[in-house]
Write a protein of this length. Structure first.
Length: 137
């Protein structure tokens, strides 16, 4: 339902739609995600068993959609020691998704911000960088 509403141009709730080519089919694969903002950067997070993570790793780039706005992005996977602050920020920024995220991150049903940060080795965190046609400096 969320994908249908987003495709119709109706942006609801905090989730955005991550669109990345499938690693075997090459077909666009849409997935609802919540974006975490930290120190001027944006991130998406996932548990280690989320299937879209393999597609993101294989493609390296895709798009983030919010309503009708489509933004091409590059995905940079963060090292385990860099993930904790992002996961802690997720806990603070997305209170409505904490219980589900705690299950996905294997952090326990009453997980705190510290528990989310400690789940870093069991999670994937990708920084979203705008994809432009400008050459890198």
């Amino acid at each position: 339902m969320m994908l249908l509403l987003h495709n119709a141009g109706v942006a609801i709730g905090p989730p955005h739609i991550l669109i990345v080519p499938g690693r075997t089919s090459g077909e666009p694969r849409p997935t609802p995600v919540s974006i975490v903002s930290l120190d001027g950067d944006r991130y998406v997070v996932a548990g280690r068993r989320m299937s879209w993570v393999k597609n993101v790793r294989a493609a390296g780039a895709g798009s983030i959609q919010r309503g009708r706005r489509l933004e091409p992005v590059r995905f940079t996977e963060m090292e385990p020691h860099e993930r904790g602050p992002v996961l802690r920020a997720y806990w603070h920024q997305h209170s409505q998704g904490r219980k589900i995220a705690a299950q996905i991150f294997e952090a326990g049903p009453d997980a705190s911000a510290d528990d989310f940060a400690e789940a870093a080795p069991r999670c994937a965190v990708f920084r979203l960088d705008p994809l432009t046609d400008e050459p890198a400096a």
